[in-house]
Design a protein around this ligand. Structure first.
Ligand code: LMR
Length: 398
């Protein structure tokens, strides 16, 4: 037998929760596991700007033939403008190359494959905690990883000094993975001053920055959220950036993301691109077109772009309102001080709930949150918030 030695794998810590939630017969069940935006009615909407772009595409698309290996150049240019700003020297000097990858995960994986295949780095430093998939992407790509501390449980803030002290141990030639904004799962991001210190450390120690930029626009705005990436890009000659349009354009199942690699010179960038094409060709051959074309249409049409920004603001505002309400209701229910929830960025709240409490929420109340205590605030609405608060207060007080 070829397969009989294979061991049963555990369910995915995030997507596995969605499966379990679907099978739960509790009529009051709530899924706050996966990072997917839901509106006040509990629906994950197709954005209006996306619908309009799709209508345009339906009328104008003439072929479903293959895209180039790295996607259409127009898409790459628009991604770079979002990441670095339209007037960036990096773009003008052709130091960045971008390839369309299937989602942020695809970009991380193609990036990790590239680093391994080209023997760029052997080791990558990853925050602890992080998005559960980071560690396994590094492993399957054949990269070793180390963890650096990120979260201070007592202050519910960034463990900045511990992180910097730990990264002093990184060796020249290592890569360091950062969440560019809306750190998943903690929702805690470095300040501008802290990004500057991080960039100096990376530059001084010749470490390669790899930015996971899955939530641009979900923190403080499209431009504001790019500050960390731009500060690092201004001080480090080379870096990788994995972008995603799953969240900010709600294009989850279209799998549309991008990997951008910045080199020190245009010549080096052209060489990188030639090898990147092999990494993509051997993994996915060439990218799916629909999502890429939606993004290109929205970003290049001023009206659609403005509509997108409005819709993004609406989503973020709703999440911020839910943060405030959640903290207030938990306090009123005697569950303690959750004011830190209001300070966190993005879709998630790192609640501080322990594993046993998370289990009880699931078993007794049909409330699904990630084992680390991460709650998807984007799934809370006025109808389910009291059920959630009562359940959390019960498991905390018991
Ligand atoms: C999440 O963290 O929930 C999202 O990024 C979805 C995923 O693929 O895990």
């Amino acid at each position: 037998m070829f397969f009989d030695h294979i061991e049963m794998a555990p369910a995915d810590p995030i997507l596995g929760l969605t499966d379990a939630y679907k099978n739960d017969t509790n009529p009051n069940k709530i899924n706050l596991g996966v990072g997917v935006y839901q509106n006040e009615d509990g629906i994950t909407p197709v954005l209006d700007c996306v619908k309009q772009a799709e209508k345009k595409l339906l009328d104008t698309e003439t072929s479903k033939s293959y895209l180039p290996i790295t996607g259409l150049p127009e898409y790459g240019r628009l991604v770079q403008e979002l990441v670095f700003g339209p007037n960036s020297d990096i773009i003008a000097n052709k130091r960045a190359v971008t390839c369309h990858c299937p989602g942020g995960t695809g970009a991380l994986r193609i990036g990790a494959d590239f680093l391994k295949q080209q023997q760029v780095v052997k080791r990558v430093w990853i925050s602890d905690p992080t998005w559960a998939n980071h560690y396994q992407i590094a492993t399957v790509a054949g990269l070793k990883y180390e963890r650096y501390p990120y979260y201070d449980k007592t202050t519910h803030g960034l463990a900045f000094d511990a992180m910097m002290a730990c990264l002093e141990q990184a060796e020249e030639g290592d890569a360091v993975l950062f969440h560019a904004c809306c750190h998943n799962p903690t929702g805690i991001d470095p300040t501008v001053e802290q990004w500057e210190q991080i960039a100096d450390l990376l530059n001084r120690k010749h470490l390669l920055p790899f930015m996971d930029f899955a939530y641009q626009g979900f923190g403080h705005g499209i431009e504001e959220d790019a500050q960390g990436v731009r500060i690092i890009a201004s001080r480090c000659p080379e870096m990788l950036i994995a972008s995603s349009f799953s969240k900010n354009l709600g294009l989850y199942n279209e799998r549309v993301g991008a990997l951008t690699i910045v080199s020190a010179t245009a010549e080096a960038a052209a060489t990188v691109l030639s090898q990147l094409k092999i990494a993509v060709r051997t993994a996915i051959s060439n990218p799916p077109a629909h999502g890429e074309k939606i993004v290109t249409t929205v970003l290049s049409d001023p009206q659609l772009r403005a509509r997108w920004e409005e819709e993004l603001t609406e989503m973020c505002t709703r999440i911020r309102e839910m943060r405030v309400l959640l903290a207030a209701k938990l306090k009123a229910a005697g569950a303690g001080d959750f004011d830190f929830v209001v300070e966190q960025n993005g879709m998630f709240s790192f609640s501080g709930l322990e594993k046993a409490q998370v289990e009880r929420l699931k078993k007794e109340f049909g409330i699904y949150i990630v084992g680390s205590g991460r709650i998807c605030v984007a799934g809370i609405n006025h109808r389910n918030i009291d059920t959630l608060v009562n359940a959390i207060a019960t498991v905390i007080k018991d």
